[in-house]
Design a protein. Structure first.
Length: 208
């Protein structure tokens, strides 16, 4: 460990993907997905159906087919199922270069980075092929763990992998307040990320 890292008082940063590294989908991307689903012209209703079954899908409890059949209320057919999965995955794969730059600096300074993300199987496989993934010592996805944040078991998987004995030397970064609250109850430091890379830089400021 370098002196700069020791001064930071951190051994590990556990970081969320969507809403931190990954950019939130645009309205156009949502509309594309709804159009692919042949959904009537009611985007809020589509998003409601999309999210209602998402936790089970993210936790690996539903296959691609079971998830989309639940969202749509009927079997989409093999071809449309592939189109839906691809359009869905595309919504979550744009990254924030500013955040990646901050994490690259932390990684180059010797800090261990771990990814902990709620994501279904196919998206997990796609994210593993992205260049930024190489910075991560470990990457944990809910579908592979079969548990989603904010379940304490998800954090425990990540903590066990890091080997960090002191949770106060671990920083957890997530865009959802409930996920941060759960991590804080386990003794981790937390940063509720709200879209400002400067906040992440500040949390790692002793590295500078």
């Amino acid at each position: 460990m370098t002196p700069a890292i020791a001064q930071a008082g951190l051994d590990v940063v556990i970081v969320d993907y969507n809403g931190v590294i990954g950019l939130q989908p645009t309205t156009d991307q949502w509309l594309r997905l709804a159009h692919t689903a042949l959904w009537p012209d009611d985007l809020p209703a589509f998003q409601n159906a999309f999210w209602n079954a998402r936790s089970a899908y993210d936790a690996g409890q539903l296959s691609d087919l079971a998830y989309w059949a639940t969202v749509l209320g009927h079997h989409p057919g093999a071809r449309r199922l592939r189109e839906l999965r691809d359009a869905d995955t595309d919504m979550w794969t744009s990254t924030d270069d500013r955040v990646v730059e901050v994490l690259e600096y932390a990684h180059a300074s010797g800090l261990s980075l771990v990814l902990l993300s709620n994501a279904p199987h196919h998206l997990s496989d796609v994210l593993d092929r992205h260049p930024w993934r190489r910075m991560m010592t470990h990457a944990f996805y809910s579908a592979r763990l079969q548990v989603c944040k904010p379940d304490p078991a998800a954090y425990q998987y990540a903590m066990n992998a890091t080997g960090a004995a002191d949770p106060d030397r671990v920083l957890f970064v997530d865009d959802r307040a409930d996920n941060c609250h759960a991590a804080r109850r386990l003794g981790l430091r937390t940063l509720h990320y709200t879209g400002r890379p400067t906040d992440l830089t500040a949390a790692l400021q002793p590295l500078n």
